[in-house]
Design a protein around this ligand. Structure first.
Ligand code: PMP
Length: 452
């Protein structure tokens, strides 16, 4: 946009980046502005998924980049084992203000995976220091993702990511999370599954259950029934389990509330976060801890959380988070998220009418999933090998739209979906553009796969 385009010529042989797929060539992004990414060749992409549902505030927000710069100049690094900084103090206060009531402390990491690892360790320490050292297992759910480290992969259910490393994973048990269109199972079945798991393993061996409030990458933003988390919480109370809510994808306004667990009127014990806290401007994550756990750490562990990273509370990262939260608040991003969500859903409903391949539209706020089947009038699923969501992603990338493809465990198979999650700053015109390219891409995909 009026700026000089710098052409970078990178040949495949010269590219020493260990890409996720060494056989692919990746477009080189030269600059980004608002909801757009620009390739060095000049090609433009509209960011329909905020990168990895992280760039919640769009690109090029100078209030944030200035704050990063200023903090880097003031004090780029101090070790949080010995020092606190003003930005660390202020960000923690802001996060506690946004969190549900009775949360009182925030511990920082550099990613969502590290946040969930930290939660696993806090749960273990909490129980052990209270004399319950065998409460070691964390109940995960098959339709969930909590990160790519060994601990978080073990509690998550990402079959594709788990398979190659299954020999290294810890044996944490799993249940299914509610699938909106699974006529075979009522809410009670899902709750019964948890109760019988606790009976089998023994409550004395289980420390916590971890759930995404609205499952992102593994379930395409399906929203569980309102009662679900209340019933999970009751079971937790009965069996002395902690409830960890993973808000790495959903937190900081993504679903139209500060935290998605607010939709269910349930207070968890630990909330984990990442992505949106800085709007993707810096790698920051963390855990928000309920006061009851803080009290237990003070009483039973001499106030010491036996855990930490070199970069926990890194001043530049937390200054970025602080500037991002100020931006969320001063621009009423939550309001924009909710009105743009309505607009997006209206357009998606029209697209739904055109394609039998779309089985359902799910989600809240600007975390919207489309679930795909060959034809919604027939009870059949795509085969995982057809990689339908990945193919849609490729076609839409060619057309200049970035989406977040996914596939999650569904009745023992992999369901296919994509997530549409543009920056929460998106406007109507940009949503129209997303819808137009999506429509065009679905038409091409439909022809290619030759269903309907
Ligand atoms: N939890 C959830 C719900 C996520 O969506 C993700 C990332 N997609 C993670 C954890 C892991 O976060 P990170 O990639 O920052 O480690």
């Amino acid at each position: 946009m009026g700026k000089e385009v710098i052409k970078i010529n990178i040949s495949k042989e010269d590219d020493h980046v260990f890409h996720r797929n060494l056989n692919l060539e990746y477009p080189i992004i030269d600059r980004a502005e608002g909801v757009y990414l620009y390739e060095s060749s000049g090609k433009k992409f509209i960011d329909g998924c905020s990168g990895a549902v992280a760039a919640n505030l769009g690109h090029g927000v100078t209030q944030i980049t200035d704050a990063m710069n200023q903090q880097a100049k003031k004090a780029a690094f101090v070790h949080s084992l010995r020092f606190e900084t003003e930005v660390l103090y202020k960000l923690s206060k802001e996060i506690i203000d946004l969190a549900p009531k009775n949360f009182s402390k925030v511990f920082y990491t550099c990613s969502g995976s590290e946040a969930n690892e930290s939660a696993i360790k806090l749960v273990h320490q909490y129980h052990k220091d209270r004399g319950n050292e065998f409460k070691r297992l964390i109940v995960g759910r098959w339709q969930s993702y909590h990160g790519n480290t060994l601990g978080t992969l073990s509690i998550g259910g990402d079959l594709k990511r788990r398979t190659s490393f299954s020999a290294l994973l810890y044996e944490h048990p799993h249940i299914n999370s509610p699938i909106t269109d699974n006529e075979d199972m009522s809410l009670t079945n899902y709750i019964d599954e948890l109760e019988s798991l606790i009976k089998n393993y023994g409550a004395e061996n289980i420390g916590a259950i971890i759930c995404e409030p609205i499952v992102g990458s593994q379930q395409g933003a399906m929203v569980p029934p309102y009662e679900y988390f209340k019933r999970i919480k009751d079971i937790c109370k009965k069996n002395d389990l902690l409830l960890i809510i993973d808000e790495v994808m959903t937190g900081f306004g993504r679903t139209g509330k500060n935290f998605a667990i607010e939709y269910f009127d349930v207070i968890p014990d630990i909330i984990t976060f990442g992505k949106g806290v800085t709007g993707g401007y810096a790698p920051l994550g963390g855990i928000i801890v309920h006061n009851d756990i803080v009290k237990a750490i003070l009483e039973n562990s001499n106030g010491i959380f036996k855990h930490g990273f070199t970069y926990s509370g890194h001043p530049v990262l937390v200054a970025t988070g602080l500037a991002a939260i100020n931006y969320y608040k001063s621009n009423d991003i939550l309001y924009n998220c909710n009105i743009q969500s309505e607009y997006l859903l209206k357009g998606l409903n029209q697209i739904y009418d055109k394609y039998k391949m779309i089985k359902s539209i799910n989600g809240k706020g600007l975390l919207i999933g489309l679930e795909f089947v060959p034809n919604r009038d027939h009870d059949k699923d795509f085969k995982a090998s057809e990689k339908v969501s990945e193919r849609l992603n490729q076609i839409s990338m060619e057309n200049g739209l970035v989406l977040y493809p996914g596939s999650g465990a569904k009745k023992g198979k992999l369901g296919q979906h994509i997530i549409i999650a543009p920056p929460l700053t998106v406007n109507n015109t940009e949503i129209d553009e997303i819808l137009e390219i999506l429509d065009k891409s679905l038409l091409k995909l439909q022809k290619e796969i030759n269903y309907n």
